[in-house]
Ligand binder design. Structure first.
Ligand SMILES: Cc1ncc(COP(=O)(O)O)c(C=O)c1O
Length: 414
């Protein structure tokens, strides 16, 4: 769907500003905007198509013999709207070869794992992985003859001791879902590379913006584009961006599984991508302001934000990331479900919902306990995850301050 190609005018010559040696903010603006895809307008239009038409029978036959991406063939192979998005996403990961698109983040994870695993193999997965990723590994891959073992997300180079003859892939997610442990991705990848094991990273939190996965040694970088790439809470999307070594396998598997993203959704995702730079900087500033304020509140025991020293793996974040997204958690000092309800239910600016990365703030009570098998989740009280949107941080803080007062009253009543 998205072979990497340069940004060119319709006559094939390079367009200035779209070169691969430009900075990321520039690439977010120029990526995928080839003149033959956009025509005379700024954005690649929505190309809705199942049938692609040929000029002649000879043309049809030539098309069948040519297996290249980024050319008209059949609707399932996409059209310029999807190709433009795939190309722009590839451009975000220096060293990457290409990107396949999927109808959700989970579909992207599922396909990437299927592409590198065979029955009889073993998968190592971070214990702090997103819950549906674990369910997929256990329910689907398990039936298919792949065993999954979980590792402590802080294992680093110690992963070497967990690898056995059957280990074929390591799936990282950094920071971890709900608890935000930052992994030593380069150390894990170095060990895996020596043993010929594929490394996959769910890079959704950093959005390929704050962490360049392929450059840090990852073979396959996965995004739930549903979150920050789309950024407006209105599209489901996934992407798998790979190093050249894994490109053919991932591409073939995705095509065999019939994966395709609608051109309307690809269009909206491209539109989101163009403002990713300004949004991520604002999510970072807002997230840090709220996280630092929470860390000073007596009702809060700990704030799990990768940019704050209390967060496990904070040193890896400092070394490897260029910034922090707006999603983090905090642990309350005691209290029960009713007290957490008192905090969250009447927040004026925070919605209650699962998907994150949108422009609007969210608060969610979460419990990692049932999803841990290699490590134990221990905490002073309930855990709350916040998605900090693009509202003024002072307004969010004022809202949370009232919420913490309600929580305290409810907790004291017990
Ligand atoms: C870290 C992470 N990865 C993957 C996903 C799955 O994305 P989607 O909802 O698009 O399937 C999510 C969704 O919340 C997520 O938080």
């Amino acid at each position: 769907m998205g072979q990497p190609t340069r940004y060119r005018k319709s006559d094939g010559s390079r367009v200035s500003g779209g070169k691969s040696d430009t900075e990321l903010p520039t690439r977010l603006v120029t990526g995928g905007r080839r003149r033959e895809w956009t025509g005379a307008v700024v954005n690649p239009p929505v190309w809705r198509a199942s049938t692609h038409l040929y000029d002649s029978v000879a043309d049809l036959r030539a098309g069948k013999a040519n297996n290249e991406d980024g050319r008209f063939f059949y609707g399932r192979r996409g059209s310029p709207t999807q190709w433009a998005l795939a190309e722009a996403l590839t451009g975000m990961e220096p060293g990457a070869h290409g990107t396949m698109l999927f109808p959700s983040g989970v579909a992207a994870i599922a396909c990437a794992l299927l592409a590198v695993l065979r029955p009889g193999d073993e998968l190592l997965m971070a214990d702090s992985s997103y819950d549906p990723t674990r369910s997929y590994a256990e329910a689907f891959l398990g039936k298919w003859g792949v065993e999954t073992r979980y590792y402590d997300p802080l294992v680093g180079a110690g992963i070497a001791e967990l690898i056995c003859d059957r280990t074929r892939a390591i799936l990282m997610e950094s920071p971890g879902s709900l608890t935000f442990e930052v992994q030593d991705v380069p150390a894990i990848c170095a060990v895996a590379k020596e043993r010929g094991i594929a490394t996959l990273l769910d890079n959704t939190w950093a959005a390929s913006y704050f962490f360049r996965a392929i450059e840090h040694g990852v073979d396959i970088a996965i995004l739930a584009g549903t979150k920050y790439i789309v950024g407006h809470s209105d599209v489901m999307l996934g992407s798998v961006t790979t190093h050249e070594k894994y490109w053919t396998r991932v591409r073939r598997t995705a095509q065999q599984l019939g994966q395709i993203v609608s051109p309307d959704d690809a269009y909206l995702a491209l539109r989101g991508l163009r403002t990713l730079d300004v949004r991520m900087r604002q999510h970072q500033d807002g997230g840090l302001a709220v996280a630092r304020w929470l860390a000073d509140q007596p009702q809060v025991a700990r704030v799990l934000h990768p940019a704050l020293p209390d967060c496990p793996g904070h040193e890896c974040w400092r070394r490897d990331f260029s910034g922090a997204a707006g999603l983090f958690s905090f642990v309350l000092n005691g209290g029960d479900d009713a007290a957490v309800g008192a905090l969250i239910d009447d927040l004026a600016l925070f919605g209650i919902g699962y998907s994150w990365g949108g422009y609007e703030s969210l608060a969610l009570p979460v419990d990692p306990t049932p999803d841990r098998t290699a490590t134990r989740w221990e905490a002073e009280g309930p855990l709350v995850r916040l998605n900090i949107g693009l509202e003024a941080p002072d307004d969010l803080i004022a809202d949370l301050a009232k919420g913490l007062e309600r929580y305290e009253k409810a907790a004291c009543r017990k």
